[in-house]
Every structure is written in C-alpha cells, then in structure tokens.
Write a new protein. Structure first.
Length: 158
C-alpha cells in the first residue's frame, strides 16, 4: 500500500503542475463553491475542524472525499509545500485515477472510486460524440474560386 500512496502523491503533484489542483482550506472552499471541484483529498492526520468543513462543503455539492493514507508532511512534500491537510482536484480524469489508486485503503474510497469512474466514463463518452452541424459550427471546408470567376463575381477590386 505504501507504493499506492506514493503513486497517488505523484499523480496529485502532476495535477498541481497542470493547474488542476488547489491546496489549502480557502482555495478548496472557493473551488467547491464555483462547482469545479471533482474530488477532495484529506491527509491522514488532518484536524477535526478541517475534516468537518471538508465533509460539509463536499456534502453540499456531492463531491467525494478521499482519505490519502499519507500524513500532512508526506502530502505536502509531494506537492512542494511544508504540509498539506486538504487538496481538491478540478479535473475528472485526475480525480478518477487518484481515486482508483486509493480504493484499496477503505470502503469509502472504493465507493468514491466507482462513482468517479462512472462520471469519467460518461464525460469521455460525451466528448467522443461528434458535434452537431448548424449555427455556430466552425467552417472546415473552403470553396476554391478560380481567378476569372472571382473577377466576374466581385469585379477588379483590390
């Protein structure tokens, strides 16, 4: 399981570098309130006040809260900080991958991993569908007009 924790910490570090992870109490609260948070990650030794606040905010928006199995110092070190008790991911792919790696740690993590996996699959299926043609669609075909035809249609304006 220690290997799984280091994999998750590495994945969260990658999400931070990609700009898809926020750290700390206030930035996580802001991300949740804007509706962009996909999953919350709590350190093993996070304080009771942070746990209660994270649970309350996550329950309002139905966001899964996952236990990382890492201490604040370990999580912070992986994210380039001294310590980190709480972080949130705004990308569904990162959230689903991290949850899948944390699933063996607890039944709550396993349930969250299953939920995030289903959401990620639905999101990827929507992205794979072809877009409808119509108003607002980008033009991808260009008409090739011969020079004589152009002059006949539009005159010799230059």
């Amino acid at each position: 399981m220690a290997n799984d924790n280091s994999d998750v910490r590495g994945l969260l570090g990658l999400a931070l570098r990609a700009g898809k992870l926020v750290l700390g109490d206030d930035p996580v609260s802001d991300l949740i309130k804007t509706g962009h948070a996909r999953a919350l990650f709590l350190a093993e030794d996070a304080g009771d006040a942070i746990r209660r606040k994270a649970s309350r905010l996550a329950a309002e928006r139905e966001i899964p809260v996952l236990a990382t199995g890492a201490t604040k110092a370990e999580l912070g070190t992986a994210l380039g900080r001294a310590s980190c008790a709480l972080c949130a991911v705004s990308d569904m792919g990162f959230a689903a991958s991290a949850a899948a790696k944390l699933a063996p740690l607890s039944p709550e993590n396993a349930a969250a991993a299953e939920l995030l996996s289903k959401k990620n699959d639905r999101m990827q299926a929507r992205k794979a569908r072809p877009k409808k043609k119509g108003a607002g669609a980008k033009v991808t075909e260009y008409i090739d007009i011969e020079e004589d035809d152009f002059k006949r249609r539009f005159g010799n304006k230059k």
